[in-house]
Design a binder for this molecule. Structure first.
Ligand code: GLN
Length: 477
């Protein structure tokens, strides 16, 4: 069972070689043994019973779903009816999900088992998983380092073999960056590819759920299961969902691979750059065409994100008032105090900072100067990507240009942490799909991620290239 892939495990369960109950027990045992990682904040008490139901289906030769018996962990901002969903916040510490998120429901309908909830940065705001009510999640390869964030628990759980696959959410990089730091595979799909119904909103126009897995093929399978239109989410795309596995062809002949001039400027001279160049040379030797492209204003994607995301967060978090949702301060004597005291107790420092930022950029007098300007810039960046994709099929970026940092080392200045999102936010701003895969090692032999971006709905092209690199590329010595 150790380090088994999702596809392998499902095959073994379907053929009777492995029992779903044994798989669940194996992961529960690993979660206990590696509890110091603090990746999983709750194991659901009915997981074993759900596994027994799958084993019974296998025994009775009943039809089985595409994820039969696979234990999957969800980020703590996804609703699963009857279970806690806290967004790693004191404010929601006792909140019980009233219904199930569509993406979670689709896993269950394909006979997957929801094993538990993963740690995260509070309300998905952060890039290190240090800002959690449950305390930091550690990196799976070095527990003195961060797991990354905000889906740190989801990525660490896959890397440390605490589950076979997981779900995270990505608003500005939160699936890809922790995947890169933990050496696993994470997809931020096209905006609208996955339903957001039942996902606690951070910045609704940017949020996307994404699978985190041990291989590209596992990722393609999991995305095929969860993606697609949902009547409960009007922003979900109506286009039919591809079977992404069938788009993995095993060759990259004539693929036009773009490298972006402005990004090269940023990483030139870093240890990452030589590794990046090496992978480009390799792709060329395998039949791809390299194309230099320019993405106008790409360096402005980061400030654009740190205006739009807090603005939307401010509005979304308005519902946490100490009345309908959230933990109410007991000393509050009137409605004003309920709001005031409960929010003061309930939200952590980073969440408060985002709310203040968001209110500032939305306030009258500043609305045009900040919010409207950022919206116009977003459109401009999206068009720059469209122009670039008229010349190439995919673009390669770093996910981050460095390995995971030491816990506590980035806490002096919030801007330092925001800057880590430089290479991940452009895909959210443009709404396009982007995937991070481990491709080489950096300092202390820790994993480094490579990011593949493509035009809207071209996840299949990304998976084909990623699978090719995963199977054929040899990292530098
Ligand atoms: N690090 C980014 C932020 O703090 C991204 C978060 C996310 O994608 N959820 O906003």
């Amino acid at each position: 069972m150790k380090d088994t892939t999702l596809i392998q495990l499902v095959n073994d369960i379907k053929s009777g070689k492995t029992k779903a109950v044994d798989a669940v027990k194996y992961y529960i045992n690993n979660i206990k043994e590696k509890s110091y990682l603090n990746a999983v904040v709750e194991v659901f008490d009915d997981a074993i019973q759900k596994a027994e139901e799958i084993d019974k289906k296998v025994k009775n030769k009943e039809p089985l779903g595409r994820l039969a018996g696979a234990p999957i962990i969800i980020k703590d901002n996804m609703l699963y009816k009857g279970k806690k969903c806290t967004c790693a916040s004191y404010f929601l510490k006792d909140f019980i999900s009233p219904y199930t998120a569509t993406v979670v429901d689709r896993i269950i309908k394909e006979d997957g088992i929801i094993l538990g909830r993963a740690n995260m940065d509070e309300f998905a705001m952060g890039g290190s998983n240090e800002k959690s009510y449950y305390g930091p999640c550690k990196n799976a390869h070095d527990s003195t380092r961060v797991a990354g964030g905000s889906s740190g628990g989801s990525a660490c759980a896959v890397a440390a073999d605490l589950c076979v696959a997981s779900l995270g959410t990505d608003t500005g990089g939160s699936v890809r960056q922790p995947s890169s730091y933990n050496g696993v595979f994470g997809m931020k799909p096209t905006y609208g590819k996955n339903s957001r119904y039942g996902i606690v909103a951070f910045a609704s126009s940017l949020d996307q759920v994404g699978p985190i897995t041990k291989t590209t093929m596992d990722n393609a399978l999991l995305l095929s299961v969860i993606a697609g239109a949902d009547e409960h989410d009007d922003t979900s795309l109506r286009a039919p969902v591809d079977n992404y596995l069938s788009q993995i062809k095993g060759n990259i002949n004539n693929l036009k691979v773009g490298y972006c001039k402005q990004i090269i400027e940023k990483i030139k001279g870093t240890p990452y750059f030589s590794k990046y160049k090496k992978v480009l040379d390799f792709l060329k030797s395998q039949g791809a065409h390299l194309v230099e492209i320019s993405i106008e204003n790409i360096e402005l994607a980061l400030p654009c994100y740190y205006i739009l995301a807090p603005a939307e967060a401010t509005s979304n978090l308005g519902r946490f008032d100490g009345i309908k949702y959230s933990t109410r301060n007991k000393d509050a004597k009137n409605i004003g105090q309920i709001y005031n005291f409960s929010r003061t107790d309930g939200f952590g420092k980073e969440v408060k900072r985002r709310i203040m930022l968001g209110n500032f950029v939305l306030s009258s007098g500043y609305f045009d100067a900040y919010y409207n300007k950022a919206k116009a810039l977003q459109q401009n960046i999206r068009e720059s990507f469209k122009t670039a994709f008229s010349k190439c099929d995919v673009i390669l970026f770093p996910t981050t240009s460095d390995v995971a940092f030491i816990i506590g080392s980035m806490n002096k200045n919030p801007i330092e942490m925001y800057l880590i999102d430089l290479f991940t936010v452009p895909a959210n701003i443009a709404g396009i799909p982007a995937f991070s895969l481990p491709f080489d090692k950096g300092e202390n032999n820790l994993p480094l991620g490579l990011q593949i971006l493509a035009n809207d709905n071209n996840e299949g092209i990304i998976y084909n290239l990623a699978d090719f690199i995963e199977k054929n590329y040899k990292e530098s010595k």
